[in-house]
Design a protein around this ligand. Structure first.
Ligand SMILES: Cc1cc2nc3c(=O)[nH]c(=O)nc-3n(C[C@H](O)[C@H](O)[C@H](O)COP(=O)(O)OP(=O)(O)OC[C@H]3O[C@@H](n4cnc5c(N)ncnc54)[C@H](O)[C@@H]3O)c2cc1C
Length: 368
């Protein structure tokens, strides 16, 4: 019997599983098939705090805690996993085009600063942006932007690999290409049914992304969320030109420029569209006109799991102690928290009180 089984080997499951190995003797991570939808392999790679938690101070604080831990976490995970993850935490920007976007961003910042004493996020004028991007031409519509010194970016595929390798090196066991078809409760144990047999565990963490709902329901955990498609464009490699990532344009360590991501309500469709590519490219060129001379070489899409208030759901079953479910749309940003604070609490150390704020029960309160 395992101390804990984590279902799902995306960035959420892998971070939690890695963190659990620091507290428990035997942890198994079961990850589905390569054909499964995997947001962890389709995302933009931002470690981002500046827009999180409007109207929900607990989520603002959580995001901040996570980004503040990212530098030390990136070093830990590079060492544990044995590969560089290309984290750069020098700050990040949101560009505003036109006066309306500038006003809207100012409103968001005022709301966020009303919730926290020091947010470390500030508005920048166009002139200040030009100083941050010396030698780079900004489009005429750029009116200003918001900057947070706490934001950054990472190579999300290397992060995923480092977490998984770190997990195995720390003594964790992985079963890949296997699906958990159902979870049965037998006294104080969980019995997980797979095509290949049965696995027993004292604890179970459901972190299977959009497949989590169906696994969690029989354990008394209802997970409300919708799916949102995000398309991303990637350009050919160019020399280092963008010193900071922005919410929609970032240059990778390898030199490509990523432009993302659309936000589309199209159900389970994970196709890419010419319209999606055109809207991404058009906005990027309005910000940096010289990008028009750089060729886009790839386009893909993935699906975000969007909860009713955008914040993560961390659920602990009240019917079946030892069962947990974790879903979120910012699995990269929150990875440091998932591997550290959350894993520690799932392992039974530390109070669950602060995590409780992210239970689905908050939606009952909001509805009331
Ligand atoms: C376009 C886009 C851009 C994004 N950009 C960012 C960003 O910049 N920063 C950020 O923080 N976040 C971003 N995100 C969100 C981020 O990618 C997700 O929060 C994160 O990937 C969710 O990870 P996950 O592990 O929960 O899910 P997934 O990556 O979907 O993984 C779920 C895993 O569970 C496995 N699984 C499913 N069912 C079963 C089963 N029955 N048994 C066993 N295994 C199973 C699957 O095989 C899969 O590997 C973005 C997402 C998208 C789509």
């Amino acid at each position: 019997m395992f101390d804990c089984v984590v279902i799902g080997g995306g960035v959420v499951g892998s971070a939690i599983a890695y963190g659990l190995t620091l507290h428990l003797d035997s942890v198994l991570m079961i990850d589905g098939r390569d054909s499964d939808p995997r947001a962890a392999q389709a995302n933009f790679g931002l470690v981002w705090y500046q827009s999180k938690g409007v109207g929900m101070p607990a989520y603002q604080r959580l995001s901040r805690l996570a980004v503040e831990e990212w530098l030390s976490f990136s070093r830990e995970i590079e060492e544990a996993g044995g590969i560089p993850i290309e984290f750069a935490g020098q700050g990040g920007l949101t560009f505003c085009l036109g006066d309306q976007e500038l006003e809207a961003r100012q409103t968001i910042l005022s709301r966020l600063s009303g919730q926290m004493e020091r947010t470390e996020i500030g508005m920048l004028s166009r002139r200040e942006l030009e100083r941050l991007y010396p030698g780079i031409r900004l489009g005429k519509d750029v009116t200003g932007g918001a900057f947070s010194a706490l934001d950054g970016h990472v190579n999300p595929l290397c992060l995923l690999m480092a977490l998984q390798q770190g997990f195995v090196k720390a003594g964790g066991t992985v079963q890949r290409g296997r699906r958990v078809d159902g979870i049965e409760v037998c006294g104080e144990q969980f019995r997980l049914h797979l095509k290949t047999g049965v696995v027993h565990a004292a604890r179970v963490v459901i972190a299977a992304g959009e497949a989590s709902r169906v696994l969690a329901e029989p354990l008394g955990m209802t997970l409300p969320f919708t799916l949102q498609r995000g398309q991303i464009l990637v350009t050919e490699r160019v020399g280092p030109v963008l010193p900071y990532p922005s919410d929609r344009i970032r240059q990778t360590a390898g030199g490509t420029i990523m432009v993302g991501g659309t936000k589309e309500d199209v159900g389970r469709d994970t196709g890419t569209t010419a319209a999606g590519a055109a809207s991404l490219a058009a906005r990027a060129i309005r910000i940096f006109p010289d990008l028009a001379r750089v060729s886009a070489v790839r386009q893909w899409s993935g699906r975000r799991v969007i909860t009713p208030d955008i914040a993560p759901i961390y659920e602990r079953s009240s019917m079946f102690p030892g069962a947990y479910a974790c879903i979120c749309h910012s699995g990269v940003t929150l990875a440091a928290y998932h591997a550290r604070g959350l894993a520690k609490r799932i392992a039974g150390y530390g109070s669950w009180d602060d995590v409780q704020q992210f239970s689905v029960r908050r939606f009952d309160v909001q509805a009331a």
